[in-house]
Every structure is written in structure tokens, then in C-alpha cells.
Design a protein around this ligand. Structure first.
Ligand code: 13P
Length: 255
């Protein structure tokens, strides 16, 4: 099985989402025996998408959450509230939130703890900016983000997804070379081994690539034994592209 996760970002209204999910359901069901498909719509679309996905084999994810369960936090949404809509996954620390909403490593760590407390699975996003890459700090940045996100967290009996998303590649239309994504996976795995010497890396932790993945390049990323799947932005908004990506994963895994 490989993950195919759609991050719809702030693109679809509830009505658009309904239309999209109905079309997706028509197209990708035959591939779900080998594809872990997850759709992450925006908050106002969760109710309708949850209803439509119920029993389909496609899981539901959210794009963010707050770190407290309830209280005076105007405008925020807790993992418990998301759980009510059958959300299983929550994207945490996406670079767009780190950059535009100024989410810090400390906030991301609190959110990770909250997601685990609610019994949900975080999709932790890490990745370097172009200038960090130019300065030769790439591995250091990735390792630091993973380490601080997991501070004070025990990973026993927990499921965790980590997506390597180089910031400069997101939305650029040009993915990194597979070797580069594989190198990031090794860096992330090393951090996990150092933090959790007894962790069984084959169970519980899945590492994905994200950044300009589409039906033309998904083959590289999902053929790699080091990568457990992909997190897709723009290309996931196109139903034909999304279905084609599911088909490619399915056919690849049959080989
Ligand atoms: P794109 O696929 O549009 O580059 O976005 C990737 C991403 O940010 C997924 O979380």
C-alpha cells in the first residue's frame, strides 16, 4: 500500500468539494486495494465530504488544528471537533502555515501532542526553503523540524506520517529528483532512530514526499521502496489527475 493524500488547501467551497468527491468516488474505488487515499478538504467542507466518503475506503484528513481541546480560542478548531467528522489524519506544520501564519516549532509540537491525545494521526510536514538549501543547511533544517515537532512525545502504539516537502518546490510545477527525496527520507529516519532507539521504523511511521507531484512524475516517487506515498496539492484538485495518480500507484504495486 502507498499513500495518496490530497491537500486541497483553500481552494474548494463545500459545493465544489461535494462535486469533486462524487467524481473521485466514481473513478478511484477499484484502486483502493493498493492505495491509501486520504482527502484533506478545508474545514467548511468536512461535513459533506465526510458524509460522502463514509464506507468508501477513502479516509478523511484536516489541514490544521489547534492544540487545546476546548476553550476561549476564537476561530480555532480542536482535534476532538475534527474527530466528530470522522477525520483520521491532520496535516501539521505545513510550510504555508509556518511561513504565512508564523507557526513556530513550539506551536507545531503542541499541535502534534494534541493530535496524538485525540487518537488521530498527524501528517507532519517538514522541508527547507530555497535560501536554507543555498546555504547548505537543508539536512540540518529537516532534522531540526522533525526533532522539535516530536519533543516530549513517545511514539509507542502511535501512527505518524511525515511528509518531506521542500518549500521552494511546492506549487512550482517542478518536483525534486527522486534521489533527493530519498536522501531526505534517510535524514528523517536517522533522526527517528536517534530519538527512539527502540522504534520499529517499518511499523507506525510512514514517510512521504510532497511538492509538485502529478501524474507525470508520481511513478518515480511511488516506485521508491524508501517512500510510503505522496502528499499532493495542485494536481489533487483535478479529478482526472487524481484518479490517474491512483491508477499509476495501483499498477506499479502490481508489478
Ligand atoms: P503542490 O503539489 O501544489 O506542489 O503542493 C504540495 C503541497 O503543499 C502539499 O501539501
Amino acid at each position: 500500500m502507498k499513500y495518496l493524500i490530497a491537500n486541497w488547501k483553500m481552494n474548494l467551497t463545500a459545493a465544489d468539494s461535494e462535486e469533486h468527491v462524487k467524481l473521485i468516488l466514481k473513478n478511484i474505488i477499484p484502486y483502493l486495494s493498493r492505495v491509501n487515499a486520504v482527502i484533506c478538504p478545508s474545514f467548511p467542507s468536512l461535513a459533506i465530504v465526510s458524509e460522502l466518503l463514509s464506507g468508501s475506503g477513502i479516509a478523511l484528513g484536516a489541514q490544521n488544528c489547534f492544540w487545546e481541546e476546548k476553550g476561549s480560542f476564537t476561530g480555532e478548531v480542536s482535534p476532538l471537533m475534527l474527530k466528530e467528522f470522522n477525520v483520521d489524519y491532520i496535516i501539521i506544520g505545513h510550510s504555508e502555515r509556518r511561513q504565512q501564519l508564523h507557526e513556530t516549532d513550539e506551536m507545531i509540537n503542541k499541535k502534534m501532542q494534541a493530535v496524538f491525545r485525540a487518537g488521530l494521526t498527524p501528517i507532519l510536514c517538514v522541508g527547507e526553503t530555497f535560501s536554507e538549501r543555498q546555504l547548505g543547511r537543508k539536512d540540518f533544517v529537516i532534522a531540526g523540524q522533525v526533532e522539535s515537532a516530536l519533543k516530549n512525545i513517545q511514539l509507542v502504539n502511535k501512527k505518524l506520517l511525515i511528509a518531506y516537502e521542500p518549500v521552494w518546490v511546492i506549487g512550482s510545477g517542478q518536483a525534486v529528483k527522486i534521489e533527493e527525496a530519498e536522501h531526505a527520507v534517510r535524514v528523517i529516519k536517522q533522526v527517528l532512530i536517534d530519538l527512539y532507539p527502540n522504534l520499529d521504523l517499518k511499523n507506525g511511521v510512514e514517510i512521504l514526499y510532497g511538492g509538485s507531484v502529478d501524474s507525470k512524475n508520481i511513478n518515480y516517487f511511488t516506485s521508491s521502496p524508501l517512500l510510503d506515498g505522496v502528499l499532493v496539492g495542485s494536481a489533487s484538485l483535478d479529478v482526472d489527475e487524481f484518479s490517474q495518480m491512483a491508477k499509476i500507484i495501483y499498477e506499479n504495486l502490481a508489478k
